[in-house]
Structure formats: structure tokens, C-alpha cells
Ligand binder design. Structure first.
Ligand SMILES: NC(=O)c1ccc[n+]([C@@H]2O[C@H](COP(=O)([O-])OP(=O)(O)OC[C@H]3O[C@@H](n4cnc5c(N)ncnc54)[C@H](OP(=O)(O)O)[C@@H]3O)[C@@H](O)[C@H]2O)c1
Length: 340
């Protein structure tokens, strides 16, 4: 492992994901030479404490990236599009949380522990997958390696924090208004989110799927190196939960498979915790996953509709494995593989 230590910048440090990234840089003991925190003009000048030291948040401008080796970015797609060329020009690597570069063929889309080797092909930009794809990859990769995925159907139940701070506040305000019998005008979501489930995340595409659903389809194929014509379908819904995404997953495999084998493999896989004892009502719920790292899996059973099919339930913290934790794990891999 290299003895070099990178200069790091956190772009979008004052946002929901950026704050989480900052905390996880500390938790994962990332060794750096210097670190700086960047935002828009709005939060520039604010103070932030990190590892017992006070830092002033700076407004991001192109020269902010002089002598920066690794940028951990969660400041929206247009900000990443604006700054990525500046970062690359200066010899840095950007690990980006937005969807701006995910499907570019020159940009590795990486889940640490799943396809770290793809990092070797980076040309200065590495993309972090969409939150609903991320948790799924850690589950699917070891199963695909052993049994070969033939067909995949995913239904997601996604929390409001996936849509940022304003959406978190909208759930609180709409719930209060509803309980008090007051009128509430929803802004973040197309329909009221309190006491409701909304079968739309992001905009609709021509094929009737939403963009969020197509992210799961396309990103899964890219990360697992699956054939373009492998059938995958997804339905994504927003649920009135603050933190944690849940997913019902139905998989058809090439090879024969049993629930016992799946339980055994996942119990020994990186980043996964199996809780699966239905007789004692033991299965993971969204609350189990909030604020912690593992992707929890339960309800593993034979799927009745497929040959060689398995159904399972998977929950994870969308702000950690779905965004910040994977970003920092990628940073760690870049350092360990000496790829910056
Ligand atoms: N929330 C999730 O679960 C999740 C998951 C995966 C990916 N993401 C992606 O991560 C990104 C951030 O999401 P979020 O939920 O953290 O949003 P957020 O809470 O709204 O935070 C946005 C951050 O970006 C900064 N920013 C905005 N415009 C900027 C600019 N022009 N230059 C520099 N900094 C700028 C903001 O700074 P100010 O404080 O100055 O406004 C703030 O620090 C988005 O691309 C989102 O799609 C989010």
C-alpha cells in the first residue's frame, strides 16, 4: 500500500450527503495530508468542526481544486458538470454522487467491495451509483458470481431523505398539517407524502418507467457487467419514511439455487447482515438500517413464479451505503490501490 497521503476536498460539505461524508471520512480513518470543505456562496464562511479542528467552509471556484488529489462531491449534477473538468485538468480525481456521469462509458460506476477493479480505468472521474442501486449490488454480486442472474424484478420503497433536506421537511410539515386538519401545499413531491405512497420518483421516460427505475435497470447492468439484453424491471415508490430504503427483490438464476445456500452465501458476504427467522418474527425493517452500515437481508425464500428463483427483502440506510459510505469507501480504495 502507498505511503502517500492525498489532499482531499469535500464539495457540497454543508448538504445532507456532504455532512455524512465528512463524518464517515473520520469513521473510516481516511489518512489525508490536507482537507478542505466547499459549498456554494450561500454557506461559504460558515464554520465546521472536524476531528477537533475548526474549518471555514469555502465557496467552490475552479482554483479551489489546485493541489487537490481527491474530491468527494455531492453538490448536484450541474455543479459536478461545471467543476469536474477543472478538477481533472488539475490532476485530481472526483468521486461524484450525482447522476451526471454515471452512464458515461469512460467513467467507472463503482460499489466498493463489488467492482473496485473498474477504478483502474478511471480518467479522473468516478461515479457513485444511485441509492436504490447501491444497496442491491452488495446483495446481487455474490449471488450472481455463484448462480448467474437470468432475470431480475425489483420493487423499491424509498425514504424522503433520498430527495434532500427540503423533502425531509415536507414530510414533517405535511404530517403535522394533516393531523391538524390544515391545508398543505406539497412542493417537493407531486402528491402529498404524509400517510401516502407515491409511485413516482423522478420524471417519466417514454417507455412508461420513471428515470429512477431506469437508473436501477441500467446501473445494475453496468456495475455487474451484465449483458445489455438481460431482463430487469423496477417499480420505485416514495414512502413516508425519513431514512432507509427497502426493496422487494425477485431473482431468477441460471443455476439451481436454494434459500439455504443464499442465506449461507450472504451471511459471509462483505457489507451484508442477514436477519431471517420468520418463525420468531425476525426480519429487517427500515428502522433497523437507519444510521448503520450493513445492508440487511431477510425473508429469503423460493420464488414461486420463476425456475431457480429466489425472493428476498433488503433494507439499508440510503444516506450511508446509498451515498456517503460508498463514496468514502471508494476514496479508501483509490488510496489503497494508489490510483490518484
Ligand atoms: N440524498 C440522498 O440520498 C442522495 C443519494 C445519492 C446521491 N445524492 C446526490 O447528492 C447530491 C447532493 O444531495 P443532498 O441530498 O446532499 O443535497 P443538499 O442537502 O441540497 O446539499 C447540496 C450541497 O451542494 C452545495 N451546492 C449547491 N450548489 C452548489 C454550487 N453551485 N457550488 C458548490 N456547492 C454547491 C450546497 O451548498 P450550500 O449549503 O451553499 O447550498 C450543499 O452543500 C445530489 O446530486 C443528489 O442527487 C443524494
Amino acid at each position: 500500500m502507498s505511503e502517500r497521503k492525498p489532499n482531499i476536498a469535500i464539495l457540497g460539505a454543508t448538504g445532507v450527503v456532504g455532512r455524512e461524508i465528512t463524518q464517515i471520512v473520520d469513521e473510516l480513518h481516511i489518512k489525508f495530508n490536507t482537507i478542505k470543505f466547499l459549498s456554494s456562496a450561500k454557506s461559504a464562511g460558515s464554520e465546521l468542526e472536524f476531528q477537533g479542528k475548526k474549518y471555514i467552509v469555502e465557496e467552490a471556484v475552479p482554483d479551489s481544486f489546485n493541489n487537490v488529489d481527491i474530491v468527494l462531491a455531492s453538490a448536484g449534477g450541474s455543479t459536478s458538470q461545471k467543476f469536474a473538468p477543472e478538477i481533472v485538468k488539475r490532476g485530481g480525481v472526483i468521486v461524484d454522487n450525482s447522476s451526471a456521469f454515471r452512464m458515461d462509458k469512460d467513467v467507472p460506476l463503482v460499489i466498493a467491495g463489488v467492482n473496485d477493479d473498474d477504478l483502474r480505468n478511471h480518467k479522473g472521474i468516478v461515479a457513485n451509483p444511485n441509492c436504490s442501486t447501491s444497496q442491491l449490488m452488495l446483495v446481487l454480486k455474490p449471488l450472481h458470481d455463484k448462480f448467474g442472474i437470468k432475470k431480475l424484478i425489483v420493487s423499491t420503497y424509498q425514504s424522503v431523505s433520498g430527495a434532500g433536506l427540503a423533502a425531509i421537511n415536507e414530510l414533517t410539515d405535511d404530517t403535522k398539517a394533516n393531523l391538524n386538519g390544515e391545508k398543505f401545499e406539497n412542493k417537493c413531491f407531486k402528491k402529498p407524502i404524509s400517510f401516502n405512497i407515491i409511485p413516482q420518483i423522478d420524471v417519466f421516460c417514454e417507455n412508461g418507467y420513471t428515470k429512477e427505475e431506469m437508473k436501477v435497470v441500467n446501473e445494475t447492468k453496468k456495475i455487474l457487467h451484465l449483458p445489455e439484453n438481460l431482463p430487469i424491471s423496477c417499480t420505485a415508490a416514495r414512502v413516508p419514511v425519513y431514512r432507509g430504503h427497502s426493496e422487494a427483490v425477485d431473482i431468477e438464476f441460471e443455476k439451481e439455487v436454494s434459500p439455504e445456500e443464499v442465506r449461507e452465501i450472504l451471511s459471509n458476504s462483505f457489507g451484508i447482515k442477514v436477519i431471517d427467522n420468520p418463525e420468531n418474527y425476525e426480519y429487517p425493517t427500515t428502522r433497523d438500517a437507519a444510521f448503520v452500515d450493513p445492508v440487511f437481508v431477510g425473508r429469503i425464500r423460493k420464488n414461486l413464479a420463476f425456475n431457480n428463483g429466489i425472493s428476498l427483502w433488503c433494507v439499508a440506510d440510503n444516506l450511508r451505503i446509498g451515498a456517503a459510505l460508498n463514496t468514502v469507501r471508494i476514496c479508501k480504495s483509490l488510496i489503497e490501490m494508489d490510483l490518484y
